[in-house]
Design a protein around this ligand. Structure first.
Ligand code: FAD
Length: 387
């Protein structure tokens, strides 16, 4: 195994670093979950990225990408997070639906949706969960009833991230009314401003509108909006979940940057904290580096034609628990100062640690809870009997 970057990879790193230096906004953008203005500012940033053909570097050039491999994507992500560039408002589209469309979409669907996704012209939400179908996603009740060349959607979706301001959602619907569990489901796209869609924002623990409830009452969409065959929804959703947990949604760079900031925070307060905090900081830093190396190994395997499988669940548990540990350690260094309001004159950058801590608490829940990931590991990787 060669752990050195090739000259081409190093040149690529310099190229993206220079572009980001010239283009990343000098001031942080307003959160995309707080207001429509913040959301639109992030959409404008997506357009800027797309103009530089940096929207999704692994995608083919014909869909706005650069046709690069996963190692180059990891390098892109490292430079992206290092530069402090805005978070990606279209992550549901580019990281989850995009790769799924690439695998299961017809040429016409790819042509219709991928470029508009890469450019941020169409921003996506994921509409899978329902009040009675979260961990047990196969309990989905929302229906899509065939009516000629259309489907008519009915049902209640919840916890749909970005849906308060997004343009489109990809949802899981029961297309066979007589079906049960994993059978008879289909993945169908609908516009969030279509007649019959009611979007009800839900405030998060930090007060921002992270997600929304969706009430669908007779929403008509063309059959063209179904991804894959009728009844193939479960298989396709599981492919998307693999991208979500395994590689795409949370690249190691995000955590490496947090770990570096944690080390800086520790150094600035070294004299004020208990000696045991030093070990916690070191553990966080080592975990972030170990996670990065593990993902480089996975990426190399995928490039060589391998698959990700149930190991995606181990990654998901690792990054979500590491994220909490890093933020908890930061709060233990800051003590009572961590609770300063962002607006307080002495707050400086402190508020980001508390915000980050709140968000990290959701990590073991979204993308499938960690309990469910442990079930998957027990059954599929360790071969233990079903609980
Ligand atoms: C920040 C955030 C963003 C989200 N974004 C989206 C989104 O964009 N789109 C979307 O569709 N959904 C989204 N979700 C929803 C998320 O996928 C669900 O919350 C999650 O799958 C859990 O479902 P639930 O909330 O219904 O909890 P439940 O399924 O009711 O689970 C409750 C508890 O019971 C445990 N449990 C349940 N079944 C088992 C079992 N068999 N074995 C062991 N333990 C079990 C769970 O682990 C959990 O601790 C988001 C959630 C969060 C927190």
């Amino acid at each position: 195994m060669d752990l050195n970057y090739t000259p081409e990879q190093q040149t690529f790193r310099q190229e993206i670093r220079a572009w980001l230096k010239a283009h990343v906004p000098s001031q942080p953008l307003e959160s995309f979950d707080a207001t429509r203005a913040g959301f639109e500012a992030h959409r404008a940033w997506e357009r800027t990225l797309a103009e530089g053909r940096w929207g999704m570097v692994t995608w083919p050039e014909s869909y706005g990408g650069r046709g690069l491999d996963l190692i180059q994507w990891l390098i892109f992500e490292e430079e992206y997070y290092r530069s402090g560039a805005p978070l990606r408002v279209n992550q549901n589209g580019i990281f989850l639906l995009g790769p799924t469309l690439m695998e299961y979409g017809t040429p016409e669907q790819k042509a219709r949706f991928l470029s508009a996704m890469a450019s941020g012209d169409e921003i996506w939400a994921q509409a899978w969960s329902e009040p009675q179908a979260g961990s047990d996603l196969a309990a989905v009740r929302a229906t899509a009833t065939r009516d000629g060349d259309n489907y008519v959607l009915k049902g209640h979706k919840i916890w749909s991230s970005r849906a308060a301001f997004a343009d489109w959602a990809f949802g899981l619907f029961r297309t066979d009314p007589a079906s049960e569990r994993h059978k008879g489901l289909s993945l169908i796209f609908f516009r969030l401003d279509a007649p019959g869609v009611k979007v009800q924002p839900i405030p998060q623990i930090d007060g921002e509108t992270g997600f929304a409830e969706l009430f669908l009452d007779g929403v008509t969409v063309p059959v063209f909006n179904r991804l894959g065959g009728e009844g193939e929804g479960w298989k396709i959703c599981m492919a998307t979940a693999g991208f979500e947990r395994g590689l795409m949604l949370r690249s190691p760079a995000r955590f490496q940057v947090t770990a570096r900031k944690l080390v800086e925070l520790y150094k600035a307060h070294e004299d004020e904290v208990e000696p045991s905090v030093r070990n916690a900081v070191l553990q966080c830093w080592m975990d972030a580096e170990a996670y990065a190396l593990s993902i480089y190994s996975t990426a190399s395997r995928l490039i060589a034609g391998g698959h990700i499988g149930a190991e995606a669940s181990t990654n998901k548990i690792f990054w979500s628990e590491m994220d909490i540990a890093m933020h908890k350690t930061a709060l233990s260094i800051l003590g009572a100062r961590a609770e300063l309001l962002r607006s307080a004159p002495e707050a400086g950058d402190i508020g980001r640690w508390l915000d980050g801590y709140f968000f990290s608490l959701a990590g073991p829940i979204y993308a499938g809870t960690n309990e469910i990931q442990r079930n998957i590991i027990a059954e599929r990787m360790l071969g233990l009997p079903r609980a």
